[in-house]
Design a protein around this ligand. Sequence first.
Ligand code: NAD
Length: 345
Amino acid sequence: MDSYLTSQDYSELHIFQDKKIDFFAAICLHTKGRGPAIGGCRFINYTSKDDAIQDAIRLSNAMSYKSAISELAHDGGKAVIMLPKHEYDRALFLKKFAECVNSLSGKYITTVDSGTTQEDMTIIKNHTPYVIGYLTGTDADSNPSDSTALGVYTGIKAAVKLKYEKSSLQGLHIAIQGVGSVGYRLAKLLHADGVLLTVTDTDIEHAKRVAVELHANFVEPDNIYSVACDVFSPCALGRIINQNTISQFKAKIIAGAANDQLATEDMSDVLYNMGILYLPDYLLNAGGLIHLAMQMQDKNASFIENEVKKIGDRIYRMTATAKEFGISLFQVVQEAARKIPYNAF
Ligand code: NAD
């Protein structure tokens, strides 16, 4: 773990523990001086404390890139709470976590992520002001997943125009891996545009229900990679583009919401050489973050929607740069995110 901790690119790592109630949390910040770090709080099962800490580090970095690329005045941050293997008092855990967030005096603003809900954020709000994504009863309240799905949908439309020179999605075939919060919303948007869908999910019954509702095909989870389709949209897990899956892809576009899709960065070169347009996750799935950052500025729903749709413009602009230099879109986005200077916005 020592060598991992020293090799990673982050600024601050805070560990919090209360052995009496088996509470263990970590907050990692990737600070570039752009503004307070925003990032979700995962409250999920981890195999070990090291595993939880590594998740916080990896994802805080990704949040920093996402924020930079989306031109938001925020740094990257991520929090994790280890889900106890026994019964626990959720309200107490959320209060404890809120106190951890509070101790950072506003350097980190927490929000929803895997295993936490807007209702949880509403509880956290009782104990710290440094939280966003709680329920307020206004129109901008809508779930950030709506904006994430809208961003991915906008990005898919841009990619289809760039790769297939089509301005409509009508009649295209798109395979979605994971029809949870984002994947299901995306599926509905695509269905409304006349897209033929293939869906999968490890929750087989749920995926079959979605398939019936949206007149989609259902395939078993392991078969989704090789579906002969126009776009493959990973909306479930990270690291699904790896040595085992890469040779299976038939789609010429990969564009989905899942964080951390490439098992290793060199996978992006393999995709590029295969003629596959890969839309980097932190460019494409920034809708939820944009939504929350705008909500902090009291912007209304239509303003937020316009900001989210700018993801499409970024894809056109960066693809033009990629073409000019004969490199992949991934390389352009990565370089841009790394180079965004301190105090850029
Ligand atoms: P979710 O938990 O609601 O949905 C994920 C779905 O994937 C679940 O239905 C789950 O059963 C399914 N799944 C898990 N493993 C699978 C597998 N091997 N094969 C097929 N299906 C599988 O999560 P979500 O909020 O929809 O997020 C989806 C992805 O997008 C995650 O990687 C998340 O980090 C990322 N993301 C989400 C948001 C957001 O606004 N929710 C924002 C940015 C990024």
